[in-house]
Design a protein around this ligand. Structure first.
Ligand code: GLC
Length: 720
């Protein structure tokens, strides 16, 4: 249907029909709807009645081809105008084939593979009846105390923007209507949900508009420029006003400046939560502020359904606002082809074919292998082919490695590290013994030491519990559970080489681990093929290539610690550590333990001198920056060559480093590759104090290297 036909359809809708289109309920209201008690109790309090359910616009977190087919067919019989229901779900890093958590994917720096993972997630979800995914989550994160850093691709606006585009392309493809095995994507959480004070979940976000625009908004904008079909409002305040009622953010920036004309959906109950925030007296005022801000769909609370009729009748809300919201929702349904085919991709036969198929598992394996980051290695890895290995620790045998947002994923489908090593090693050379994550029994300890006593090398699989990250899981202590730290100390006393593998959803404080271990491999929550990927990395069949997309602090006391920091007026410069009156701590270094972009390999890469094509860059030309990189080791490997800049004299303070580009070079032993970059004036632009987005003529530095700290540099001038 074209827009005129949609407007004609709206013309047939009663006010109740229109307002009900703005309501989103969980799938249980539809699936279990036949038994009436669902509409009693809490739901009765919510005032959700049968008429509402029959006219509501969308459902969340329901899936399964047969289930969706039955619900849609039942619903259409009851919906007066036959407007199909929209099905949405949190397909964040996979549907059934679960990929590594997004923070891990961010460490892969592999954009095509990230795009492929989103495409696979879309195919598996679409054949299971889902139309929209609440992804990508592109919130920039600098504070590992926040549990949802696991859901982000990290601390850099440029890298996050590239991943945002890749995920949107993967989910949506380029023909949402024609390719019914794709999903409409919903970028979240708009905006700046990743910057809560204290890293505390749902806490206040407060920053300058300039900081918001410079660091936190770019990735949402990139997703929208890539055609993302929906935007989700965040729980948090933005400059004192919750996003769900923030007209400046939603109508001013999102729709006004960026020209976004798609659907905006609230987060779960985020409209009603404006009462708790203290900016609304009641549901009625929450409904008023949200509809004025341009929130189209209310997730899981009925402020709209209850109060828009009276607000319309009283003239406080113009029906035009409702009609606009309804039109955007109907346009989305049209974009998905639901009017012609309300069942879209739901297909039990295809479900059996594609879900967890070998190709999908292979992609999950590849992404897991490229998302792991080798943080330390004194030569203990890769494991010697003749070594007797003891694999111990809470994640030795565990398949609970999918991460918090694992959608319809089932840990029973996941390969544990022990199972994977057993497939790859002679049983005489491998003994395994697991234990608890937060407590270790004496029998577990005995079994682990028995395994260790007979081994040449210990692989210790440590980590957080899956529930220690994700939504509602902020931590003030970033260390591993105490029991694991004590175990490591006891294992270190054996004097045997120790390789630690980490399963976690955030950068950790590795005190008591990093020094004690001979090698540390960061595996994050690696998804359904994580065990296999880690096993191949440990055995050297795969060479680690991951690079950190979020800094690892020495301790939580340093947080937030991120690479693109400012110099201050009294920087700590090498050799002046003992000075008092400089920007430093008296009990900690300023630098993180491991910087953004960091990652080791089993081979070595040698960088040649940085070559720059000129000392002056004019606004309509470009400079070429290049550096030769040689693989001087004995193994093939992938080196992610990173390019950063620094503006030496901005109108406002400018970061010491800003990532502007990177090249991944696959090099065989002895092979030399050249990383070639093109630098333009556009890449030097930033938000000035008046919020203008422009560049300054003057002196710049360009840095190229293997991470944000270890670089070669050159200077150039931007000239008018
Ligand atoms: C949650 C999350 C959001 C998710 C939504 C629906 O509270 O904040 O990311 O998409 O509710 O599950």
């Amino acid at each position: 249907m074209n827009d005129q036909q949609l407007l004609d359809l709206i013309g047939q809708m009663t006010r109740e029909d229109k307002i009900a289109q703005l309501l989103q309920l969980t799938g249980a209201f539809y699936e279990g709807f036949h038994d009436k008690e669902l509409l009693t109790g809490p739901m009765e309090e919510l005032g959700v009645n049968e008429a509402m359910v029959n006219a509501s616009g969308s459902a969340l977190n329901l899936s399964g081809a047969r289930t969706i087919t039955e619900v849609q067919q039942t619903y259409l019989k009851k919906n007066r105008l036959g407007i199909p229901l929209l099905f949405m779900a949190d397909v964040v890093h996979g549907f059934k084939t679960i990929f590594p958590i997004p923070l891990a994917i961010g460490c892969s720096w592999n954009l095509p593979l990230a795009e492929k993972s989103a495409e696979i997630a879309a195919r598996e979800s679409a054949v299971s009846g889902i139309h929209v995914t609440f992804a990508p989550m592109v919130d920039l994160v600098r504070d590992p105390r926040w549990g949802r850093v696991m859901e982000s691709t990290g601390e850099d606006p440029h890298l996050n923007s590239l991943f945002a585009r890749a995920f949107v392309r993967g989910y949506q493809g380029d023909d949402l209507k024609g390719d019914k095995e794709r999903l409409a994507s919903c970028v979240k959480h708009f905006a700046a949900y990743g910057a809560p004070e204290g890293g505390r979940e749902y806490n206040t976000v407060d920053m300058s508009e300039r900081n918001l625009r410079e660091y936190y908004l770019p990735a949402y904008k990139a997703a929208i420029e890539e055609g993302c079909a929906l935007v989700m409002a965040s729980f948090n305040t933005v400059d004192g006003i919750p996003a769900s009622g923030n007209e400046k953010l939603m109508r001013g920036i999102l729709r006004g400046e960026w020209g976004y004309d798609g659907v905006v959906i609230s987060d779960w109950a985020s409209i009603r939560e404006m009462i708790a925030h203290g900016v609304c007296e009641d549901d009625r005022e929450a409904a008023l502020k949200a509809i004025r801000a341009g929130i189209d769909i209310e997730m899981m609370t009925p402020c709209y359904v209850h109060h828009l009729p009276e607000l319309l009748a009283g003239g406080e809300v113009d029906e035009k606002l409702i009609d606009e919201a309804v039109l955007r929702i109907l346009q989305l349904k049209e974009k998905l082809g639901l009017f012609e085919n309300p069942l879209r991709g739901a297909d039990p036969e295809r479900e059996r074919e594609v879900i967890l198929c070998d190709d999908h598992r292979e992609a999950a394996y590849e992404l897991a292998a490229e998302s792991c980051v080798l943080l330390k290695n004194n030569g203990s890895l890769p494991l010697s082919p003749n070594a007797k290995v003891a694999l111990v620790g809470p994640y030795a045998e565990s398949n609970d490695i999918l991460g918090w947002w694992s959608c319809a994923g089932d840990k029973e489908d996941a390969v544990s590290l022990a199972a994977a090593l057993r497939e790859r090693m002679d049983s005489s050379r491998l003994t395994t013994a697991g234990c608890g994550i937060e407590s270790i029994s004496s029998s577990e300890r005995d079994a682990m030491f028995a395994a260790a006593s007979d081994a040449d090398v210990l692989v210790v699989a440590f980590g957080e519990d899956v529930a220690m990250s994700g939504e509602g899981a902020s931590r003030t202590n970033l260390q591993l559970p105490k029991a694991q730290l004590e175990l490591l100390q006891q294992l270190a006393a054996t004097g045997k080489p120790i390789a630690v593998v980490l399963f976690n959803g955030r950068p950790l404080d590795l005190t008591g681990v990093f020094e004690e271990a001979d090698a540390v491999l960061e595996a994050w929550f690696p998804g359904v093929e994580g065990g296999a990927a880690i096993a191949d990395l440990l055995l050297g069949r795969v060479n680690p290539s991951g690079r950190l997309s979020m800094s690892f602090p020495h301790s939580v006391g340093q947080v937030p610690v991120h690479y693109n920091k400012f110099n201050t007026g009294r920087p700590l410069t090498p050799g002046h550590e003992d000075e008092r009156y400089i920007s430093k701590y008296i009990d900690s270094p300023n630098e993180p333990l491991l910087p953004f972009g960091f990652g080791l390999s089993y081979t070595e890469f040698e960088y040649g001198e940085l070559e720059i094509s000129g000392a002056k860059l004019s606004r309509n030309e470009s400079l070429t920056v290049q550096v030769k990189v040689t693989n001087t080791g004995l193994r093939s490997g992938i080196e992610t060559v990173q390019l950063y800049i620094r503006d030496l004299a901005g109108e406002v303070v400018r970061p010491l480093r800003e990532l502007k580009d990177f090249v991944r070079l696959a090099l065989k032993p002895g092979e030399t590759g050249t990383a070639i970059f093109t630098l333009t004036e556009q890449q030097l632009r930033y938000h000035h104090s008046d919020l203008s987005f422009t560049s300054d003529s003057g002196a710049f530095r360009v840095y190229v290297g293997s991470n944000s700290r270890d670089t070669r540099e050159a200077g150039f001038q931007l000239v008018p």
